[in-house]
Design a protein around this ligand. Structure first.
Ligand SMILES: NC(=O)c1ccc[n+]([C@@H]2O[C@H](COP(=O)([O-])OP(=O)(O)OC[C@H]3O[C@@H](n4cnc5c(N)ncnc54)[C@H](OP(=O)(O)O)[C@@H]3O)[C@@H](O)[C@H]2O)c1
Length: 294
């Protein structure tokens, strides 16, 4: 059993990490504004942008591992308020990385497929990053800081996440289902490709990292396949028995969002299989699992 501190534990990923890790480990749920939606998980107030608080909590809890999931995770929010985005993503990550180094805690820093500009697709860990939005540039800077502060840290790049929603963050699948439930069609891009990550696999990854303390550096954990947003919608519709008339094909170039997005940010997750034996799940399997545990 390890002692694990999760930052951003009330977020979509944080919630899935709590669910996946709390049975076998002593978890500490770092929260900011919202309270964690999982009982018995040692809630601890933690604004990552406050350096002294981060240091204080870290030296009090003395975690074996910190999973740093706190961020402003919506690119449009970052574009609208770059100062807050930088304060949380860049300064917050610096604070967490330094405090981990001081406390001797292993850091698993959660990063994103959006460090890539989407011009190539099927990205490997060593491919060149290129930020095209406030969010992606901040996440790239955060990765650079982590590497400079702590060479033993793991930088785990995940893709679009799906899984169980937290009380504060319902997530993409729940939002689509809500709209479908009202009989309203949802637009899915046919020209934007990703490799969606089943969020519980991130908890599985943390378990495997704990078993293998030597693994460090950048790892990709996407899904098993490169899919368009529309392909994902089709899989979801099949899984829940929704008529395909509720899927409206669209183009990402018609989107009104504030932040630019890459067309193909799909990730190759071969290294993580090689190093940790973790096989990225297909979306069909992930969605099957998600609805079997509901
Ligand atoms: N969601 C995706 O599809 C996706 C894809 C690729 C990568 N990622 C990465 O995965 C990680 C988790 O994303 P997510 O989807 O779980 O995000 P999320 O649902 O938006 O949750 C963000 C979390 O960060 C917390 N937070 C915000 N400001 C904070 C601060 N100053 N101090 C401490 N905590 C703060 C939020 O707390 P409050 O609720 O209290 O505000 C919340 O718990 C992020 O690093 C994100 O960049 C996400």
């Amino acid at each position: 059993m390890a002692r694990i501190l999760i930052t951003g534990a009330t977020g979509f990923l944080g919630h899935n990490l709590l669910l996946g890790l709390k049975t076998d480990h002593e978890v500490w749920a770092g929260y900011y504004r919202n309270r964690p939606g999982v009982p018995d998980c040692n809630p601890v107030p933690l604004d990552v942008s406050e350096e002294s608080r981060v240091v204080e909590q870290m030296s009090r809890i003395r975690p074996d591992m910190v999973v740093h999931a706190a961020a402003i995770s919506r690119p449009d929010d970052c574009e609208r308020d770059p100062d807050v985005a930088r304060r949380v993503i860049v300064d917050g990550t610096r604070n967490v990385a330094r405090a981990c180094r001081e406390a001797g805690a292993r850091l698993a820093h959660i990063s994103t497929d959006l460090v890539f500009d989407g011009s190539k697709g099927n990205y490997l860990e060593e491919d060149e990053v290129h930020g095209i939005s406030v969010y992606s540039r901040a996440k790239i800077e955060a990765e650079t800081i982590v590497r400079a502060v702590d060479s033993s840290a793991v930088i785990l790049r995940v893709a679009v996440l799906y899984g169980a929603g937290s009380p504060a963050y319902a997530g993409y699948v729940a939002n689509v289902l809500r709209q479908w439930g009202k009989g309203e069609p949802v637009t899915f891009y046919t020209d934007q490709y990703r490799s969606p990550t089943y969020a519980p696999q991130v908890a599985e990854c943390v378990n495997r990292l704990l078993r293998d303390p030597e693994v460090c550096g950048i790892l990709h954990l996407g899904g098993a396949e490169r899919l368009s947003r529309f392909d994902f919608g089709v899989l979801l519709a099949r899984q829940v028995g929704a008529p395909e008339s509720l899927l409206r094909p669209g183009s990402m170039w018609d989107a009104k969002g504030a932040a630019p997005r890459g067309a193909d940010c799909s990730l190759v997750s071969a290294k993580i299989k090689r190093l940790l034996g973790l096989e990225a799940m297909s979306c069909a399997a992930g969605l099957r699992h998600l609805f079997s545990v509901k």
